[in-house]
Ligand binder design. Structure first.
Ligand code: GDD
Ligand code: MN
Length: 354
């Protein structure tokens, strides 16, 4: 097998036949297989089976009933299952023209790269297929931010957010990849210094169906970026910090509406506690939920911890001020820092324990 083409799909039925046809036409004379890693909730698996039966290249289907890690998780699963060490990752909606696979392969055969990226942002490439100006701006801005955060590792990559690339599986440590959300190439490039080469391509409009990009994918991306760069602890801190600001804003807003300040504080705290917990669930510890039991048990643990922490901090401040003669602001700040570290450790090791 010269090449395995891995295609993550979520409800892409109408695109499957066209994708297989064009892939096979573009790679005549090569031993190539297509692996669909499918999380669909519609009849896409049936469509794939039907296309596989009459295709002139091997077409495999991995349907996941338990789609861990979304798009990124699907790609990792495909890479694991690939027959060939050379893996191309490509979207299932034909925004990535299968004809470009031949360019990726030719560039890979020069032998000096671990990853060959199909880029929208080098000469000869375009991003016209991004549906509107907002998405184009978001894509550009997040590319810049990402490159700024990994100046060395992404130095040779103009399009770390693309989902179209070729990777030599040998050059990866597949077990270390923590796929969250959409940006699997970023995950691959940020983990380890890779030798990157690029070929241009024109990002096409979708062939059929709808995009699965969303605001929540955007939030996942920001969390992924923070975690890759600064570790889980910073993502945790960021969520906590934003929560504290939100708490104050809500409290102030309620008071403006005439709510008494203690009542406002209680309401603001309840909202923040719940929002904070949800952010931990779906962003910071999203990859650990699967194995750590029931969400409601985690909530109880997290909630209890926050309550105990609030109560314990007060006497500790008192001890630091009256016994250790520390200024009260410093004492309060110290307890906050200590509480933050303990809270992180508690969540990582107890609340989200496997
Ligand atoms: N298996 C699986 N599971 N596949 C998924 C999932 C999922 O949860 N979510 C989306 N996909 C598949 C889609 O079916 C499609 O084949 C591909 O992943 C990309 O999804 P789109 O919905 O077409 O997203 P997009 O066009 O907004 O995003 C593309 O452009 C980005 C760059 O702007 C993707 O190529 C991204 O990878 C790329 O970063
Ligand atoms: Mn798409």
């Amino acid at each position: 097998m010269d090449l395995s083409v891995i295609v993550p799909t979520f409800n892409e039925g109408p695109n499957v036949a066209e994708l297989v046809r064009r892939t096979s036409d573009a790679l005549t004379g090569r031993a190539v297989e297509v692996i669909f890693v499918d999380d669909s909730t519609d009849d896409t698996p049936d469509v794939i089976r039907a296309v596989a039966a009459s295709a002139d290249i091997p077409v495999r289907l991995i349907h996941r009933d338990n789609p861990v890690g979304g798009l990124g998780g699907a790609v990792v699963e495909g890479i694991r299952a690939a027959e060939s060490n050379r893996c191309v990752v490509m979207d299932g909606d034909l925004q990535h023209p299968p004809e470009v696979i031949a360019d990726l392969l030719a560039r890979a055969e020069e032998g000096d790269a671990d990853v060959v990226v199909a880029s929208r942002y080098i000469a000869g490439g375009t991003s016209d297929g991004l549906a509107n100006a907002v998405r184009t701006a978001v894509s550009r801005a997040s590319t810049l931010l990402t490159k700024a955060m990994f100046p060395k590792k992404l130095h040779n990559c103009s399009d770390p957010m693309t989902g179209f690339f070729l990777v030599h599986r040998d050059s990866l440590e597949v077990e270390t990849l923590r796929p969250r959300g959409f940006k699997i190439l970023l995950e691959i490039l940020a983990r380890k210094q890779m030798r990157v080469a690029e070929v241009p391509f024109s990002f096409a409009p979708r062939f059929a169906g709808e995009s699965k990009a969303s605001f929540s994918q955007g939030m996942r991306f920001l969390t992924q970026l923070t975690m890759l760069r600064f570790g889980r602890m910073s993502a945790f801190a960021l969520v906590g910090g934003l929560g504290a600001v939100a708490n104050l804003l809500i409290m102030g807003g309620l008071q403006l509406l005439g709510v008494q300040y203690l009542v406002a504080a209680v309401i603001a705290s309840i909202i923040t506690i719940v929002a904070n917990f949800l952010a931990l669930e779906y962003l910071v510890f999203a990859d650990m939920r699967e194995e750590s039991g029931l969400m409601r048990h985690r909530f109880i643990k997290s909630f209890t911890f926050n309550g105990i922490e609030a109560i314990v901090r007060i006497p500790v401040i008192w001890v630091l001020v009256s016994q250790a003669h520390m200024p009260s602001v410093i004492a309060a700040a110290l307890t906050l820092i200590a509480a933050f570290v303990v809270r992180f450790v508690f969540h990582a090791l107890v609340v989200y324990a496997p």
